[in-house]
Design a protein around this ligand. Structure first.
Ligand code: SAM
Length: 276
């Protein structure tokens, strides 16, 4: 029998270490091992791979990643969780490294190069990290894939297609040089305590970056276009240097609105702006 399966139930770990869920830290724990194993399978075969887990809490997902054969590096800012996680290291020696810190302060390229990122994080931290991981100047990034739990509404914005209300900056940022899919819906009742809204896991893999386009240009363009999403592009992009000429050069009708532009349209516009 695999050692990890002989661990005490997570509920006992939570009780023994006094891990009452902290609202301030956005703590909603997953305790269902089958569900956690399904999440750990989303990145594919993790045998011998590095998994970077952000916010392990009492360690349910950490256990699933260890069961999947990954070497896990986990960063957790709640000090109370560290002794509970140390018990996992004792059961599965040498496969887990725990860093007590704020994930927003980690230099991932140094700490976890080539890792598959797996996280069930509070909404605001998750979105901030996603944007940071997607908006790097260098591409290919340090991560091999991102498997992230979000509020369902945020997950829908990541994978959104044009001509939908969910389509915006997050969709363009997530899809212009990566593929993003909604991997799993997770009912609110799966969490302890249950959050107010439903959740979903998105899976992102890096792709080829289109040539001749800088991330800064994509960011400026989408910030302006979706900042005034009800306005015509003629209006919303008029103050973005090079954008009006680029619309003309690539033949994008300036009376259109941002949400009608495909990802390829945004890439063409940015390329025309960067070519000047
Ligand atoms: N992964 C566990 C699970 O699925 O049961 C816990 C999930 S809980 C939603 C979020 C976890 O992220 C908590 O353990 C919390 O302490 C941790 N956390 C919150 N903000 C963090 C940050 N900035 N850096 C690292 N961990 C953080």
């Amino acid at each position: 029998m695999h050692l990890v399966s002989a661990l005490p139930p997570l509920r006992d770990v939570i009780a023994r270490h006094g891990l009452a869920a902290s609202k301030a830290l956005g703590q909603n724990f997953l305790l269902d091992e089958q569900l956690l194993d399904r999440i750990a399978r989303i990145p594919g075969d993790l045998t011998g791979e590095t998994a970077y887990e952000v916010g392990p809490g009492p360690g349910g997902l950490t256990r699933a990643l260890l069961r999947a054969g990954a070497n896990v590096v986990a960063v957790e800012r709640d000090r109370r969780c560290i002794p509970a996680l140390a018990e996992l290291d004792a059961w599965q020696p040498g496969q887990l490294r725990v860093i007590e810190d704020d994930a927003l302060k980690i230099d991932e390229a140094r700490e976890v190069p080539g890792a598959h990122v797996v996280a069930n994080l509070p909404y605001n931290v998750g979105t901030a990290l996603l944007v940071r991981w997607l908006a790097t100047t260098d591409w290919r990034p340090w991560w091999k894939s991102l498997t992230l739990m979000f509020q369902k509404e945020v997950a829908e914005r990541v994978v959104a297609r044009p001509d939908t209300s969910a389509y915006g900056r997050l969709a363009v940022l997530s899809q212009w040089r990566s593929s993003a899919r909604l991997a799993m819906n997770v009912h609110r009742s799966a969490f302890t305590p249950p959050p107010k809204v439903m959740s979903a896991v998105v899976h992102i893999e890096p792709g080829e970056a289109p040539a001749g386009v800088a991330i800064g240009t994509i960011e400026r363009l989408t910030a302006a276009a979706f900042g005034q999403r009800r306005k015509m592009l003629r209006q919303s992009l008029k103050a973005v240097p090079g954008a009006p000429a680029a619309m003309e050069a690539v033949g994008i009708d300036p009376t259109r609105r941002a949400e009608t532009l495909t990802i390829e349209d945004f890439v063409s516009l940015a390329r025309a702006m960067d070519a000047v």
